[in-house]
Design a protein around this ligand. Structure first.
Ligand code: SF4
Length: 338
């Protein structure tokens, strides 16, 4: 049959074949480099909800300072959490300010997130001073991770930082014990800064056995702690990248150490503030409230660095493994990394 066809018909057939192959073949590369594109729909997989800015401490480098005392009514907070879960949130971290200034709404939100929204991971980050055993006894079922900030095991350094009244270390040990007792993963957060950068914390970290020990390089955030005109001026506390690396090197024997230099930290957290707005990580205006415009529109109006979120292991800090009762000795990091 083909031998009967005219040369022009054969040429046409050939062209059609080439066009079909071109259209059907999978592309060898994505059409644009990843950094040049923004996904059409962003998924707020992991959200840090700073539901209050109020705090009972006054750390000199704090980058979420008490510029307002606003707190949303509980029904609004629950509605916002429901919208976030519908948009794909799987992990929530309640932060402040100090979340334990509001133990009742905090407990109600934990229960809501675990029981009604069935989130995979629910955590709190706290300065520890207001944590009580009764709270953990009552809410442990709804809480996967309790992260406690401690920047020094010398109380005079804690006092100089603005966090201590001389009892922070003893309270930290109490909380670690309660977490083990009630089956909540205990995490330790340390901001490495000018006042603690030479400290050797190995013995205490080994004794406390956190499942993760996050060490942050002190961070300057525009509009929050970047000058003497703000409530806090973090510039007095900054350290060089080399000093931060030395601190991490001194503690590299701690298997649960997770260093977080400024490069990874600055823009990689998706933050919802006390007005239910996403914060822009480049210093622009926050979004409008997600109750007014919905999660997607709010997300589209701000910048956060999803790639750094993944690079710093943002998907890593997750729920309790089945049967795990907390503590560095048991919860292997690999079990939680997925
Ligand atoms: S405890 Fe946390 S929220 Fe409170 S002042 Fe210190 S860094 Fe800020």
């Amino acid at each position: 049959m083909l031998s009967d066809a005219s040369p022009s018909a054969l040429l046409l057939l050939l062209l059609l074949l080439v066009a079909a192959l071109y259209l059907l073949a999978p592309p060898l590369h994505p059409p644009f480099p990843r950094s040049a594109t923004r996904p059409l729909t962003q998924v707020p997989i992991s959200v840090n909800y700073h539901f209050t800015r109020r705090c009972n401490k006054s750390c000199g480098f704090c980058f979420h300072t008490a510029t307002t005392s606003h707190i949303e009514p509980l029904p609004n907070q629950k509605e916002a959490l429901r919208l976030l879960a519908a948009a794909g949130m799987r992990k929530i971290n309640f932060a402040g300010g100090e979340p334990f200034l509001y133990p009742k709404p905090l407990g109600a939100m934990l229960a809501f997130c675990k029981r009604e929204l069935a989130l995979e991971s629910v955590s709190i980050v706290t300065n520890g001073s207001l944590v009580r055993e009764a709270f953990l006894r009552e809410h442990a079922e709804d809480l996967d991770i309790l992260a406690v900030s401690c920047d020094s095991f010398h109380e005079e350094t804690n006092v100089a930082i603005g966090r201590g009244e001389g009892d922070q270390v003893a309270q930290l040990y109490r909380i670690a014990g309660w977490c083990r007792k009630y089956g909540v993963l205990f995490k330790l957060n340390t901001v490495v800064n000018r006042l603690n950068v030479r400290e050797d914390m190995n013995a205490h970290v080994a004794a406390l056995k956190p499942f993760r020990w996050k060490c942050f390089q002190v961070l300057i955030v525009q509009g929050e702690n970047d000058s003497a005109e703000r409530l806090r001026d973090g510039n007095k506390f900054t350290i060089s990248d080399g000093e931060f690396d030395e601190f991490c090197e001194r503690h590299r024997g701690q298997a649960c150490l997770v260093p977080e230099p400024n490069r990874l930290m600055a823009k990689s957290y998706l933050i919802l503030d006390e007005y239910l707005r996403f914060l822009d990580r480049t210093g622009k205006q926050p979004s409008r409230s997600i109750l007014e415009v919905g999660v997607q529109r709010a997300l589209e109006s701000v910048y956060w660095d999803e790639e750094s979120f993944l690079e710093r292991g943002g998907l890593y800090d997750w729920a309790r493994p089945e049967g795990e009762k907390g503590g560095c000795g048991g919860a292997s990091v690999e079990e939680l990394d997925w």
